[in-house]
Design a protein around this ligand. Structure first.
Ligand SMILES: Nc1ncnc2c1ncn2[C@@H]1O[C@H](COP(=O)(O)OP(=O)(O)OP(=O)(O)O)[C@@H](O)[C@H]1O
Length: 229
């Protein structure tokens, strides 16, 4: 397996509020890693610091494919293949489901747009939800359905690394298993998956490793039986 992403001694905070302290870990292709912690431990801050959507970093670095990301703007980080699916899905509620998915096309480089359109058509055919609800307004879908759409949208860009903030929050078992299946498939194709979750037990069947965070630090690391192929 090859290392895609390395976080080294990362420190971050907001103004005078320090949130992350000396966080280090790495992610390899095809790995699913969970960040488990209670409220306010800094999970969302860590993902945002990695994807560049916030710049709370006060020390350390994030390297993606060996390149320091600290000066790279968020949209270029995404274009290079590190995609962040934000908490609460962030779909445009008055746009149709398919139009929400189409928003992803602009996030990939022009030379990759023909391939993007092929993946879009494949996704449209392979997901029952997209066949039946593609022309519905995204805001009319259940939370679980919206989450699936948000995850599919993130994966349409064919990211090397996908970061997901609380992808199972509020989902029933059926919706959670659908999201799991999509993520497992992506990991099987080589995408590294990093997701946050309050409840460590929710992700043990999916994650190869769980990093336990407490008050801004990684305090424990657990390997699970499932190993990336
Ligand atoms: N944009 C922001 N500005 C100021 N403080 C923030 C901001 N975002 C988060 N914080 C603070 O940083 C700390 C860590 O928050 P963060 O959202 O990263 O934790 P979390 O582990 O993701 O929690 P949750 O599971 O509740 O989302 C909290 O004290 C929070 O209030």
């Amino acid at each position: 397996m090859s290392e895609l992403l390395r976080v080294e001694h990362l420190a971050a905070g907001y103004g005078r509020l320090p949130v992350l302290f000396d966080v280090s870990f790495s992610l390899e292709a095809g790995e699913v890693v969970a960040l488990a912690a209670g409220n306010g431990a800094g999970k969302s801050t860590l993902l945002a610091a990695m994807s560049g959507v916030l710049r709370p970093v006060t020390g350390g670095r994030v390297e993606f494919r060996g390149r320091d990301l600290s000066r790279v703007p968020a949209h270029l980080i995404a274009r290079q293949g590190l995609v962040h699916v934000l908490e609460r899905r962030r779909l445009a509620p008055f746009m149709t489901v398919l139009d929400n998915l189409r928003l992803s096309e602009a996030t990939v480089a022009r030379v990759r747009r023909a391939a993007w359109r092929r993946r879009f058509e494949e996704a449209r055919e392979s997901h029952e939800l997209l066949r039946s609800h593609g022309e519905r307004k995204a805001g009319e879908l259940s939370g679980g359905q919206q989450q699936l759409v948000a995850v599919v949208r993130g994966l349409l860009a064919e990211p090397a690394v996908i970061l997901l903030d609380e992808p199972f929050q509020g989902l029933d078992l059926h919706a959670a298993s659908q999201v799991c299946a999509v993520l497992e498939q992506a990991a099987g194709a080589g995408t590294a998956v990093l997701l946050t979750e309050h409840r460590a037990e929710v992700v043990t069947g999916l994650a190869h490793r769980t990093l336990h965070m407490d008050r801004g630090r990684i305090v424990d690391e657990e390997s699970h039986v499932a190993q990336p192929v």
